[in-house]
Design a protein around this ligand. Structure first.
Ligand code: PLP
Length: 424
């Protein structure tokens, strides 16, 4: 197959007619497939469900002399703080272990900055005339939505192969109205990029005009390799401290994609001064989070080394799904010169850049054929992709057999939309 740009008008029309016939056959299958969200598949949920058999006897509910069934230890069960500190390579005193969702902790951190202010805020952000927020894009739609909800002005920062464009970040933080940035430093959602050491170092060395500038360092995929060995990653907390900005960063993580999304455990990690500030603000809000679940996770995951063993089992389930996506794209799309994509080795997504101006049309066609995908534009602030190009593929949920069919549909739709754009 020739690149589409080299087809004569007649060849293009012929190809379009052939694909339309194929599309008709695919629609007739009456499929109902979902590649919309980064959800673990059933096999992964089954893999970890023995976590519920761990706590049987009364003594199973005691950890470091603490009865986990009772109130107390708002900052988290000490053993759970040690577990996350081991995973994130920081100190237990820097870790706050919360409930079942890191997104809730992220929302709450922004909310507290808004209502009360952060440690170095001259005033709560609700009293600022304008709050601007940096959004590396393509990025995670739910991040962008949080800051949009609070009325912040979202500023797009381009993503590169080594993380956010740091020249753009360094220039933007000279504006005192710019209060923070979203980051997914390892296997970024959706690009699957690992920030380079230089990018991480430049983040730690930032010198923002706002005294309360906040790096939201969402390390959601910190141990989530599906190909190859665990990739060690620098600890942003100590780098920020070394650079003289210990309070500039909050790091987040959870076990949503280690054990169970919705029934896992989340955390944030920050400087001890930030921890004291957050403790003061959280005290009226909550007596303690679910320490029974924290204890269950400590018994199940034990430590980082044991957690990485479990992640290898997840990888064995995930890798064939990502291979299926890569193979379909290599076979059906690569020769046509109409799209580009990355080949991540971890995380939950493949970021696909269709011919500009065709993402919405591609996904509308997918919908017609019963394949649900994340909405076009979702990976950009305000849900608007200026190029109408980026599509997030989430291959984790469907079994491989279904994924093969979904990718068949996807590739036909990408091609139809591209031909329509090129003119048929
Ligand atoms: N952060 C990122 C980057 C994600 O991709 C996701 C889920 O897809 C989450 C956070 C959600 O995490 P949690 O379940 O801990 O709220």
């Amino acid at each position: 197959m020739k690149p589409y740009a080299q087809l004569t008008p007649e060849e293009r029309t012929g190809e379009y007619a052939r694909l339309q016939a194929e599309f008709g056959e695919l629609k007739a299958r009456g499929l109902s497939l979902n590649m919309a969200r980064g959800k673990p598949g059933k096999q992964q949920l089954d893999l970890v469900s023995d976590i519920f058999g761990l706590m049987q006897k009364p003594e199973d509910y005691v950890s470091d002399g603490i009865d986990v069934r009772n109130y107390g230890e708002m900052t988290g069960l000490p053993a759970a703080r040690r577990l996350f500190a081991d995973i994130l390579d920081c100190r237990p005193e820097q870790v706050f272990v919360g409930g079942n969702a890191s997104l809730q902790l992220m929302y709450d951190t922004i909310c507290k900055a808004y209502t009360h202010g952060l440690l170095h805020s001259p005033r709560p952000w609700r009293l600022e005339e304008t709050v601007k927020w940096l959004c590396p894009a393509p990025g995670y739609d739910r991040h962008f939505k949080i800051t949009e909800t609070f009325g912040f002005e979202l500023i797009t920062i381009p993503m590169t192969d080594s993380g956010p464009d740091m020249d753009a970040v360094e220039a933007a933080v000279r504006d005192p109205a710019v209060k923070g940035i979203w980051c997914v430093p390892k296997y970024s959602n959706p690009d699957g990029v690992i920030y380079s050491e230089e990018t991480v170092r430049r983040f730690a060395a930032l010198n923002p005009a706002a005294p309360d500038f906040l790096i939201m360092w969402d390390n959601a995929y910190c141990v989530h390799e599906f190909e190859g060995d665990y990739v060690p990653f620098p600890d942003i907390l100590s780098l920020c401290a070394q650079a003289g900005h210990p309070d500039m960063v909050f790091e987040f993580a959870s076990t949503s994609k280690i054990t169970l999304p919705g029934a896992g455990v989340s955390c944030f990690a920050c400087s001890e001064a930030n921890m004291a500030h957050m403790e003061k603000l959280l005290t009226p809000q909550v007596i303690s989070f679910d320490k029974v679940n924290q204890r269950r996770h400590v018994l199940y995951l034990r430590d980082k080394a044991h957690t990485l063993e479990l992640m290898k089992k997840h990888a064995a389930i995930m890798a064939p799904k990502f291979r299926c996506v890569a193979d379909a794209l290599d076979r059906e799309i690569a020769p046509l010169g109409i799209a580009s994509w990355r080949r991540p080795k971890g995380g939950y997504f493949v970021s696909f850049n269709a011919l500009p101006g065709t993402a919405k049309r591609t996904l509308a066609l997918c919908g017609e054929a019963g394949v649900a995908m994340t909405g076009a534009g979702a990976t950009f602030p305000y849900g608007r992709d200026p190029q109408d190009s980026n599509i997030r593929i989430a291959p984790s949920l469907p079994p491989v057999e279904e994924l093969e069919q979904a990718m068949e549909v996807f590739c036909v739709c990408v091609r139809l939309a591209a031909l329509e754009k090129l003119g048929v």
